[in-house]
Design a protein around this ligand. Structure first.
Ligand code: C5P
Length: 292
């Protein structure tokens, strides 16, 4: 039987880097929201002992054992100690290397669906462990609800966030997450600064967050922006173009290269996307999405 699944993208409404860890990763403090932009995944599980992954819609994404979904499926089967033939088909719509978590979301979707297909034998803790083995953003996609992420991204606290309307712009280049983190200088986000962000987040009501005079700009901070904008000035210009078209705030998502703008209503977001699609250089990917 073939199961059809949708794997959503995410944006980071803020992303602060708290420090560098002994294991080479960085500790984060981030607010993540899944959005209504999806890759499509088909999963077939039958008797046997093999895993196959095919990909359409993007030539840069590896098929077979090099795909993150292969690791996800193997992780589930190994942890559950079962053998199955697993066929995974991925149709990409989420830009790759775009800071929107597409690959991570694909992996989380396979982990959840394959566990279901083998009888739901794994515990939430086991699923979370397999997810983190696949990548730092994967545990978030098991949750899919807005959440504050700490640690590498696996310590998740669900929070209430309005279902914002987004316009997303990607310049058509893939940015390497490892390279961006590698180029980070030193930083010291204090506990006090963290507390201040949380207090502001608690204070922001849907109406105020979406108005020009709210301090939405002060919440939308991404410590990785400087590294990416330094190398690719035109990504900073894409961000500016969102503000020029009426976004109440704009930010780079994750390690880039996608930037998003928040709009107070869907019609304004759709209109801005139309204008930007006509105005921006060919090869710029423009999309609208809503928070989930
Ligand atoms: O975990 P993931 O494979 O997505 O991470 C890709 C790279 O991004 C890591 O190899 C690391 O260089 C960097 N990273 C980090 N700290 C994080 C997440 C990612 O340094 N919390």
């Amino acid at each position: 039987m073939q199961i059809h699944l949708k794997a959503p993208a995410k944006v980071n409404l803020f992303l602060r880097i708290v420090g560098k860890r002994a294991d080479g990763y960085h500790d984060l403090f981030s607010l993540m929201q899944a959005i209504s932009l999806y890759d499509e995944i088909t999963l077939s599980v039958s008797e046997g002992d093999s895993i196959s992954v095919t990909v359409s819609g993007n030539d840069e994404v590896p098929a077979g054992a090099g795909n993150i979904c292969h690791k996800a499926a193997l992780g589930v089967l190994t942890c559950a100690d079962v053998k199955r033939s697993v066929e995974i088909g991925i149709t990409k719509h989420i830009p790759v290397g775009g800071g929107l978590g597409g690959g991570s979301s694909n992996a989380a979707t396979v982990i959840m669906a394959l566990n279901e297909a083998i009888g739901g034998v794994l515990t939430p803790e086991e699923l979370a462990g397999i997810a983190l083995d696949c990548g730092s953003d994967v545990p978030f996609f098991l949750l899919r609800a807005p959440a504050i992420a700490r640690g590498r991204g696996e310590l998740l606290n669900p929070v209430v966030v309005p279902k914002y309307h987004y316009v997303l712009l990607n310049p058509g280049i893939a940015v390497s997450t490892a390279e961006v983190y590698g180029a980070l200088g030193s930083f010291d986000l204090t506990k006090e600064a963290e507390d201040n962000i949380l207090i502001r987040l608690g204070e922001l009501k849907e109406s105020s967050f979406c108005s020009k005079d709210s301090d939405v700009e002060s919440l939308l901070v991404n410590d990785l922006e400087a590294v990416v904008f330094d190398k690719y000035r035109f990504i900073a210009e894409l961000k500016e173009s969102l503000i020029a078209e009426g976004a109440v705030g704009a930010l780079m998502s994750g390690s880039g290269a996608t930037v998003f703008g928040i709009f107070s209503d869907k019609a304004k977001a759709v209109k801005a996307a139309e204008i930007l699609r006509a105005k921006l250089p060919e090869g710029t990917w423009v999309a609208t999405a809503d928070g989930l």
